[in-house]
Ligand binder design. Structure first.
Ligand code: DOR
Length: 442
């Protein structure tokens, strides 16, 4: 029996635990896992000493196309993704124009197909105008779900009125992803944003986040609708969300698990500014406890590639957000090396978790029949993250100069080796729309 590709000699991180096994691939899918030392293949890659995960999925990125291509585009963002070991992304709707109707979604799918390096899903942005239509649209090919901004962030998407929220929750059935900050409180407190990014967490304080999260969970429970609370940042929200796992899933970002105020603002100034903000170490510790306890379902990067020129504007005119799709895997592997989480938790948070939460077909599992998406990592590699290695157009990272242990060395998307040792492997980009159990086929 021959294969198109065999990864030979590696250690698989999977639902079975951490076990040595070869993987045979045929027609873009996993055909066999086990001892394949005598099997033939068109391509055999020796992965001795390396660990193989199901392809890592970043469920929150902003790649800014259409309309903002000078800052980032679907090709450059996805190139950063695969260079960082990410095989699929969910991309956000706060583009220009916003992704708020089927034409805009179809346009993005067209632009992305065979131009992005990884697979992709696109969010619909909820607005007061489209609230009643989303149930029909959320099943369109290439759509990963609906995104709600309860508080203003980058761009004009906003849905803060309770009746509008009820209409969104009543229309459709898929999990809705939500940016939970309370808009009224943000407006009231804007004057607390003084002339330094240090004041960003004072303006957008814990209560701002908690209030929105509580309102969201109340309305979602009333509507009987699943929601996904993006980038949770506070101890108070984690305590509350631990009691509401029947309705709400939880994301945290690597940056909220890694950076803390005030040091990040001392060192990085407005580069550390994002929404919701990086807070002090007591919150960071609470986020880690929530990861350990299993309250956190997925890690997403919230990759928001603002240019250094834009970031240099005086706070609070500087935009919020930082790049992260290329560093999500190395940063989380470094946390493994530091003993803060296990390889199986990484598998849960970046592979199986996204597939389970969002009903992804054929992804997130090392098993025969699943897509042959792999993130191959060298747990012993020590590398220094630098601005110069960032493929995003913004060309910087909040982790510039940080030495980490653990590094993605190969990215395989549906059987195609896309990245090896930090370089694209020479083939054409082959990104395809992700498929969802609750979506319609393309
Ligand atoms: O800091 C952020 N930047 N938070 C968001 O929710 C949006 C993002 C962006 O789009 O720039």
């Amino acid at each position: 029996m021959t294969f198109d590709l065999i990864l030979r000699g590696g250690t698989c991180v999977s639902h079975r635990g951490i076990v040595p096994a070869d993987i045979g691939v045929r027609a873009g899918r996993i055909a066999e896992i086990g001892g394949l030392s005598t099997a033939g293949a068109d391509q055999v890659i020796d992965v001795t000493g390396l660990h193989i995960f199901p392809g890592m999925i970043d469920t929150q990125v902003h790649f800014r196309e259409p309309g903002m291509e000078e800052k980032e585009d679907l090709e450059s963002g996805s190139r950063a993704a695969v260079l960082g070991g990410v095989t699929a992304v969910f991309e956000m709707p706060n583009t220009r124009p916003t992704t708020t109707d089927p034409d805009a979604l179809a346009d993005k799918v067209r632009r992305a197909t065979n131009r992005m390096w990884c697979d992709f899903g696109f969010y619909f942005g909820a607005s007061p105008e489209n609230a009643g239509m989303l149930g029909e649209w959320e099943r369109l090919p290439g759509c990963c779900g609906v995104k709600v901004f309860m508080g203003s962030s980058t761009g004009d998407l906003l849905l803060d009125d309770e009746d509008d929220l009820r209409r969104v929750l009543a229309s459709g059935a898929r999990r809705i992803a939500v940016h939970a900050e309370d808009e009224a409180r943000l407006k009231e407190r804007k004057a607390l944003a003084k002339d330094s990014a240090h004041t960003h967490p004072d303006w957008r304080d814990e209560e701002t986040a908690l209030r929105a999260t509580k309102r969201l969970v109340r309305l979602a429970s009333e509507a009987g609708r699943r929601v996904h609370v993006l980038h949770v940042t506070t101890a108070q929200e984690m305590a509350f969300l631990a009691d509401h796992k029947d309705v709400a899933s939880v994301e945290v970002t690597p940056q909220h698990l890694t950076l803390a105020a005030p040091d990040c603002y001392d060192a990085l100034g407005t580069r550390a500014q994002m929404n919701p903000p990086i807070r002090d170490a007591t919150h960071r510790d609470a986020l880690w406890r929530a990861v350990s306890a299993g309250v956190v379902d997925v890690i997403g990067s919230d990759h928001a590639p603002h240019t250094l020129e834009d970031k240099a504007r005086p706070y609070p005119l500087s935009p919020a957000g930082m790049p992260g799709v290329q560093t999500i895997v190395p940063i989380m592997l470094d946390h493994v090396a530091q003993g803060r989480l296990t390889l199986l938790q990484v598998h849960d948070l970046l592979c199986a978790g996204p597939a389970r939460l969002f009903g992804l077909m054929g992804k997130g599992r090392l098993a025969a029949g699943y897509d042959a998406d792999f993130t191959v990592v060298d747990l012993a590699a020590r590398r220094t993250i630098t601005d110069s290695m960032i493929a995003s157009k913004c060309g910087w990272t909040p982790y510039d100069g940080m030495e980490v242990t653990g590094w993605p060395v190969m990215t395989v998307v549906r059987g195609a080796l896309v990245m090896r040792d930090g370089e694209l492997s020479g083939g054409a980009a082959g990104g395809q729309a992700l498929r969802f159990w609750e979506g319609r086929p393309a």
